[in-house]
Design a protein around this ligand. Structure first.
Ligand code: ATP
Length: 303
């Protein structure tokens, strides 16, 4: 069942077209990633999905509800972590959690959530006294305190150190395992690769591709695999010449073979037939970064 259906969404701010004809569906229980360069329209898309911004055109359905018509009902079932969490400086962590929990009919145990996010001993700390990473973790806790059916997390782990980032990923997986659908806006390839079932790549307000991480890598990076080795004896001139989609090159004494599909088997079989032993054999897989580069023509700036 589709939990989120966005159809032909458009949004402009003055002369800036932020979102152009975006259509996406997110299924129940998915972790769905949205990735793209700065200013691509990711936040605007998510804000329209969550009913925080009104689209100029197109339709939004979340859990079958229309945020314009059923906003109140929807807000009870959504968790939203915004990019910049701004709480009053003097509000204490425990007070913020209690307050947010009171907005929802069936809130989670907020003390347990704080413990999970490593903020158990910060209940009496004022918001202004938290470090950047702690504020970030609090914003995640606030997004989850209502026991939402759908959680929108924007720049989930920006500002966290690598260890805290990994812990947060585990937390998001456990949230999903409870049946929550998660939409994750991210700047980190590793994060979407590790966490997401499917990813939308957005640039210039448009969706360039939607697929699983492996699917994006497979389709966008045609030479998805690269094998290098040093042959013990020279390769015949027609080595793999008739293998479809396979390219054989050299770099000094090293042979570099690129291609997709079952490349390792193809290469090793051809070497066995030719009676040539490979030395220093290495194989690299294309990554999501390669796929992103192919689709957008540039690397993802991670600032
Ligand atoms: N309130 C606003 N008023 C005017 N322009 C805006 C507003 N919000 C966003 N924009 C512009 O709309 C475009 C899309 O912005 P958006 O924040 O949705 O992108 P993003 O992909 O989330 O970027 P980032 O990764 O930097 O957060 C950008 O050109 C941005 O400058």
């Amino acid at each position: 069942m589709s939990v989120i259906e966005l159809r032909n969404l458009n949004k402009r701010y003055g002369d800036t077209v932020a979102v152009r004809d975006v259509s996406l569906t997110v299924e129940q229980g998915e972790i769905f990633g949205i990735i793209g360069p700065n200013g691509a329209g990711k936040t605007t898309t998510v804000e329209m999905a969550a009913g925080l911004r009104r689209p100029d055109g197109g339709t939004v359905r979340v859990l079958g509800l229309d945020p314009r018509r059923d906003g109140r009902e929807l807000r009870r079932r959504l968790g939203m972590q915004l990019q910049e969490s701004a709480l009053p400086d003097k509000l204490r962590v425990g007070e913020a959690m209690r307050l947010y929990a009171s907005f929802y009919p069936e809130p989670a145990d907020w003390r347990e959530l704080l413990d999970l996010l490593g903020l158990g001993d910060k209940q009496n700390t004022a918001f202004a006294k938290l470090s950047g990473g702690q504020k970030q973790r609090l914003s995640i806790a606030l997004a989850l305190v209502g026991n939402p059916r759908v959680a929108f997390l924007d720049e989930l782990t920006t500002g966290l150190d690598p260890a805290a980032r990994r812990e947060t990923w585990d937390l998001i997986e456990s949230v999903r395992n409870r049946g929550v659908t998660v939409v994750l806006v991210s700047h980190f390839m590793e994060e979407v690769d590790r966490l997401c079932d499917r990813i939308a790549i957005i640039e210039g307000g448009r969706v360039l591709a939607v697929d699983s991480p492996a699917g994006l890598i497979g389709t966008a990076a045609a030479d998805a695999q690269r094998i290098r080795f040093v042959p013990e004896t020279p390769l015949p001139a027609d080595f793999l010449a008739d293998a479809p989609g396979v390219t054989v090159g050299t770099s000094g004494r090293t042979v570099v073979i690129t291609g997709g599909g079952d490349l390792l088997f193809t290469v090793v079989s051809a070497l066995a037939v030719a009676g040539i032993r490979p030395r220093e054999l290495r194989m690299d897989q294309a990554t999501l970064d390669d796929a992103f580069l192919t689709l957008t023509g540039r690397a993802l700036d991670q600032d």
